[in-house]
Write a protein that binds this ligand. Structure first.
Ligand code: KMT
Ligand code: NI
Length: 184
């Protein structure tokens, strides 16, 4: 079950929930208006078969997603690369394109900056599809379950390159800030 909230930014362990106390939850409509991040709940039948009739197929054709693969992350699978991969995922960055992730198993946290630069933490697990807009500063971490399996979607040939903050002069950043003012 997805849950979004303003997080405790001074926390030491990135894998813990790091809730504020008292908690400051944010609902998915507010999340969209404050960040442009979109959320969809997807049934397992949409990704386990070949059918493109379901919500996933509909979103893919509406948004032009032509590429998909599945990526699994755990300490066991990454071995010696685990710590360096975790560091890269959790370093604040943006992309020139949307980051689209459908969680098929396991769980994790996407942290996204709101328009006042505060971190919103989004806990995702099975069936959660997030569309993180191009140009938003964000990061990802596993939680204490230490495992996630996610489908990655993309328009055309995928580019996963993270552009670390500061990237305020990047075209995607400027366009994102414009969308935040006028579109979301
Ligand atoms: C990313 O780009 O941050 C990732 O692919 C993280 C794993 S997908 C849940
Ligand atoms: Ni990213």
């Amino acid at each position: 079950m997805v849950r979004a909230y303003y997080m405790n930014e001074s926390a030491e362990d990135q894998r813990l929930p790091n809730e504020l106390s008292p908690p400051r939850p944010i609902d998915l409509d507010q999340l969209y208006r404050r960040t442009g991040v979109m959320y969809f709940k997807i049934d397992e039948s949409d990704w386990s078969g070949e059918s493109t009739e379901g919500k996933l197929g509909e979103i893919s054709s509406t948004r032009g997603y032509t590429y998909k693969d599945v990526c699994e992350i755990s300490r066991e699978m990454l071995g010696a690369d685990y710590d360096s991969k975790m560091k890269i995922f959790f370093k604040e960055h943006l992309h020139a394109d949307e980051e689209i992730r459908l969680i098929q198993d396991g769980s994790g946290y996407f942290d996204v900056r709101d328009s006042s630069d505060a971190w919103i933490r989004i806990h995702v697990s099975k069936g959660d599809l997030l569309i993180v807009p191009a140009g938003i500063y964000h990061r990802f971490t596993l939680d204490t379950n230490d495992y996630v399996k996610a489908m990655r979607l993309f328009v055309g040939e995928p580019v996963w390159t993270p552009i670390n903050r500061p990237a305020d002069e990047h075209d995607a950043r400027k366009e994102y800030l414009d969308n935040l003012k006028n579109k979301f």
